[in-house]
Design a protein around this ligand. Structure first.
Ligand code: GLC
Length: 402
């Protein structure tokens, strides 16, 4: 079996972490399989893949392609026209890129080309040599990206099968490509030896430039700076908490992707926090490379996405760290927990509902411990590498059978 993985970015996002976990599992379970990774930028993923002994080929996107996103598309004719013009300007660099990608793929002649993000779903399907099957690994919703949905529908016949990170994402893809489209929901795995209840912790106060505060309950939003990750909801919720509660919020993360316009900035968030008068009740740590150590330093991990969350790797990781988690109740994220048993759930985008959940957890150490311990047990049942590989193996094997 030979598989070439195509990743549009090497940054530290959820799709890249999920890919690393899949590669680690395949290395362990199928050491004889030949794996290669082609990645369209340099970054932390490259070192992670190399550390697993998997060859990596960095084939950088031209800047215009790296920065292209379709976030603003669909909101008005002007935005659509602007997007199409940018696409037109992209035709030549994209064609050159396809040419180079085709050469790499022809050289490897893999059984399967596994693509890990929208741009690579398109490029992989177009560059596929005869004899290779294309598997789209869907980490995000397609239907709400108007242009991408059209494009994928158009080339779906060049993709043999798809895997979605949740049932919700699988349903979304069927709504785009038709009910007969072959898509298997497979949840991600997390490294249960890294995301553990016990282990090193980072000093969040120092990272945030705040005075160390003993005896406070630490509540953190761990997320990239994508606009829909709910930073505003989190800050609003912190402002709604009773002022006498001994609580401190942390925004952990930063911008990781190059796509234009898709992210909030630190300045924006700081100014919102200032206008809410949060003062040192909130700290901004920036990206923390060891997210397990950051989560362990928290009492409560918040997931606050305002749009439906395709999966929510952070939720699974926080559960593995035995944390009390509050999740936003929409999309794939809803599939991961049982409210009141192994997490609390709030209404997406509603600061009052989030503040209520945080308030309950801040006041009740027993509840935090009960949810945290149930969460670890659930993570050990649901998010193992073994389960991931057991689900992926027959899919790859079917694709490799002529
Ligand atoms: C994407 C999704 C996120 C998911 C991750 C891994 O980043 O937005 O919900 O956890 O991929 O599948």
């Amino acid at each position: 079996m030979s598989i070439v993985f195509l990743s549009p970015t090497a940054q530290r996002g959820g799709s890249e972490a999920a890919l690393l976990e899949l590669l680690a599992g395949l290395r362990e379970s199928h050491p004889s399989w030949s794996l290669d990774v082609v990645v369209a930028s340099d970054g932390p993923l490259v070192g992670g893949v190399k550390a697993l002994g998997v060859p990596v080929h960095v084939l950088p996107f031209p800047q215009s392609l790296a920065r292209l996103g379709d976030w603003s598309v669909g909101r008005g004719v002007g935005a659509r026209v602007g997007f199409m013009l940018r696409c037109a300007g992209l035709a030549w660099p994209a064609a050159r890129y396809l040419h180079r990608l085709r050469a790499v793929l022809r050289d490897r002649r893999p059984n399967v080309i596994h693509t890990n993000g929208f741009k690579m779903h398109v490029l992989g399907a177009l560059a596929r040599p005869r004899g290779s099957a294309v598997l789209w690994h869907l980490h995000d919703y397609t239907a709400r990206r108007v242009m991408m949905a059209r494009l994928l529908r158009l080339i779906a016949h060049r993709c043999s099968t798809a895997v979605a990170n949740s049932r919700s994402v699988a349903d979304d893809m069927r709504s785009v490509c038709g009910p007969q489209f072959d898509v298997h929901p497979v949840w991600n795995a997390v490294d249960l030896n890294r995301f553990t209840p016990e282990g090193p912790q980072v000093d969040l106060d120092t990272l945030a430039g705040l005075e160390r505060s003993e005896g406070v309950i630490r509540v953190g939003l761990v997320a990239t700076f994508a606009r829909w990750k709910g930073h505003r909801t989190f800050l609003d919720a912190l402002a709604l908490l009773a002022p006498w509660l001994r609580v401190r919020g942390y925004v952990i993360g930063g911008p990781v992707y190059e796509t234009a316009g898709s992210q909030v900035t630190l300045e924006e968030l700081r100014s919102v926090a200032a206008s809410l008068g949060l003062g040192d009740r909130v700290g901004f740590t920036g990206l923390v490379a060891d997210s397990a150590a950051a989560m362990r330093a928290l009492d409560v991990v918040v997931h606050a996405s305002t749009d439906p969350e395709p999966f929510g790797l952070v939720i699974a990781e926080a559960m593995a760290c035995a944390k009390a988690v509050v999740t936003s109740g929409a999309g794939g994220a809803r599939e991961l927990t049982e409210p009141g048993v192994n997490a609390l759930v709030h209404t997406p985008g509603d600061p009052r509902s989030l503040a209520q959940a945080i308030d309950m957890l801040v006041r009740d150490a027993h509840l935090r411990a009960r949810l945290g311990s149930a969460a670890r047990t659930s993570a050990e049942q649901r998010f193992t590498r073994r389960r991931l590989i057991n689900e992926f193996t027959p899919i790859y094997e079917r694709l490799a059978t002529p």
